[in-house]
Design a protein around this ligand. Structure first.
Ligand SMILES: NC(=O)c1ccc[n+]([C@@H]2O[C@H](COP(=O)([O-])OP(=O)(O)OC[C@H]3O[C@@H](n4cnc5c(N)ncnc54)[C@H](OP(=O)(O)O)[C@@H]3O)[C@@H](O)[C@H]2O)c1
Length: 252
């Protein structure tokens, strides 16, 4: 029996990267998982990998910056798997380059806030009422080390939007605790997703490693195991926490 046996979990943004690792681990731990994203081919591959291991999954698409899309995918999951017990609001994106504040375009700022803070808000807005009614639920939001301290390599709109997710998480935690719902937040440092592994030059990876007391970069599985702890009853008395998954590179 896995620690998430028979729970229904939605992992937004699980067609690749950190979300795919979380969805895969949760399925191994017995959850029936809704794998979500926009790229149907990538979604199908994650679902097939879960099913090959004997896990249960369905795929759902939708743009999490649009409430109507989130509501529609919630209805599809409820019809296909049942009501969601575990929600990982992982979908997000860094859409501008690091640089001077006055050179950030209005469009880049708005897109970053939409893709991270607004998307997380809309996801919680859609799923919380049902969880409150059922008086059960565990939610994990995803911030970033970029939101834990200013750093010249962090794009300001992304960092600010992710910092907003932290306060959103804590406000929600205070509101929904009395309904038996917990909500916590993960703040990962640079994670070696396939995309980062390809895009970050080797010399930059080596320099980044040196900023970590644990002398390696993080993996999607490092984040997935932290998400599993927060999603499961192992963390039954933890809510409103921001957990740095950073190899010690961030200590707040
Ligand atoms: N990787 C890191 O180093 C790192 C560090 C700190 C925090 N984070 C955060 O961790 C989360 C996952 O990061 P990642 O690196 O795994 O990202 P990724 O590889 O770029 O994957 C992002 C996922 O989110 C989905 N997504 C993005 N915007 C969406 C939207 N508007 N509607 C629906 N789906 C959307 C993508 O779907 P499709 O591709 O199917 O369209 C994809 O499944 C993000 O919130 C990111 O900000 C990452």
């Amino acid at each position: 029996m896995g620690v998430l046996q028979d729970r229904v979990a939605l992992v937004t943004g699980s067609s690749r990267g950190i979300g795919a690792a979380i969805a895969t681990l949760f399925a191994r731990e017995g959850a029936r998982v809704a794998v979500h994203g926009r790229d149907e081919e990538a979604l199908g591959a994650v679902r097939a990998a879960i099913e090959r291991e004997g896990g249960a999954a369905m795929t759902v698409t939708g743009d999490v910056t649009k409430l109507s899309d989130v509501e529609a995918l919630r209805a599809r999951i409820e019809a296909g798997l049942g009501p969601v017990d575990i929600l990982i609001a992982n979908a997000g994106a860094s859409l501008t380059k690091p640089g001077l504040l006055e050179e950030i375009s209005e469009e880049g700022w708005r897109a970053s806030v939409e893709a991270n803070l607004t998307a997380t808000f809309l996801t919680l807005k859609s799923f919380l009422p049902g969880m409150k009614q059922r008086r059960r639920g565990s939610i994990v939001t995803v911030s970033s080390a970029a939101a834990r301290r200013p750093h010249p390599h962090s794009p300001i709109p992304y960092a600010a939007a992710k910092a907003g997710i932290q306060m959103l998480t804590q406000h929600a935690a205070a509101q929904v605790g009395p309904f038996g719902i917990r909500i916590n937040c993960l703040a990962p440092e640079t994670i070696l997703t396939e995309r980062n592994n390809e895009q970050i030059p080797e010399a930059q990876k080596a320099a980044l490693v040196e900023t970590h007391p644990i002398k390696r970069l993080g993996t999607p599985d490092d984040v997935a195991r932290a998400a599993l702890f927060l999603a499961s009853d192992q963390s039954a008395w933890i809510t409103g926490a921001i957990i740095d998954v950073s190899g010690g590179a961030v200590m707040v």
